[in-house]
Design a protein around this ligand. Structure first.
Ligand code: IPD
Ligand code: CA
Length: 269
């Protein structure tokens, strides 16, 4: 039997240690190590070091589990549990000294594919803001910050002013026209738009009611694995293309009323 408390304890400890390392390295100065899918898609030395730290802890403490990380790839395990890790989500913010960046760690069960997996635990830690979000399947979504621990709940009361909606844009310039057209279709629902720069924090923001909704094309599994569980455990809905779960093609997250409206607007029919 999978013990969710053990998974959560591991995820919280690893995220704290990893986030504190990222923050320390930020204070020492940022080194861009390479570009990835496009010139704007960067990886810093800290991204790699932070992922290596989490992977090393897993190998030492939970050697049978699988791993699926942004910087160092995938490795199948034997326990049926896979850890889906984004060491620094919001790397461009990190490089520019904007505090909205986070370590995202999720434990999922089943095939390590967001169309099929069952998320068990998700942790998103934003060390520069001192905010630690976590969710456990069936156990709610929570935020630990200066004031203590609070339970999270999505907003789902439509107002005349419209919804505060987060989104993001892919690094590949070829995708920008499509991203902007999608945004244009959502605009009539919105009171305003936020581009925070970290998908994990966008999703945690929906869970916390700081955003009414969020959508983005082009996410990778590690961007949304932990945050999607947070939104669901806070009473929200997370999906992708109509009738599907979140994928690279599309991720939408909101309370149930706004989710249906966003899905329809984005679909454009
Ligand atoms: C990115 C951030 C960003 C989103 C991009 C992601 P990274 O992750 O989550 O908000 O718009 O699609 O790739 O590169 O900072 O780990
Ligand atoms: Ca990311």
């Amino acid at each position: 039997m999978t013990n969710l408390d053990d998974l959560l304890r591991f995820a919280l400890d690893a995220a704290r240690e990893a986030g504190d390392l990222a923050r320390r390295r930020r204070g020492e100065g940022v080194q861009i190590a390479a570009t990835k899918s496009a010139a704007a898609d960067i990886v810093t030395a800290a991204d790699r070091e932070v992922e290596a730290l989490i992977r090393g802890r897993l190998a030492a403490e939970r050697p049978g589990d699988g791993f699926f990380g942004e910087e160092s790839g995938a490795e199948q395990g034997t326990t049926g549990i896979t850890w889906v890790v984004d060491p620094i989500d919001g790397t461009v913010n990190y490089a520019y000294g904007i505090p909205e960046y986070a370590v995202s760690i999720a434990a999922v069960e089943g095939e390590p594919d967001p169309q099929h997996w069952q998320a068990l635990v998700g942790v998103v830690y934003a060390p520069a803001m001192g905010e630690l979000f976590h969710a456990v399947a069936g156990g709610g979504a929570w935020l630990d910050a200066g004031a203590g621990r609070v339970r999270l709940a999505v907003n789902d009361a439509p107002t005349e002013a419209g919804a505060l909606v987060g989104t993001g844009f892919g690094y590949d310039p070829a995708t920008h026209a499509g991203d902007l057209a999608r945004l244009g279709r959502v605009m009539p629902l919105a009171r305003d738009i936020r581009r925070i720069g970290s998908a994990a924090l966008d999703l945690a923001g929906v869970a916390a009611g700081r955003l009414d909704g969020y959508f983005e094309r082009g996410l990778n599994p590690w961007d949304h694995a932990a945050g999607a569980l947070m939104v669901e455990e806070a009473g929200g809905v997370v999906g992708g293309l109509p009738g599907q779960r979140p994928s690279t093609a599309l991720t939408i997250a909101a309370g149930p009323v706004l989710f249906a409206r966003l899905e329809q607007a984005i679909d454009g029919r």
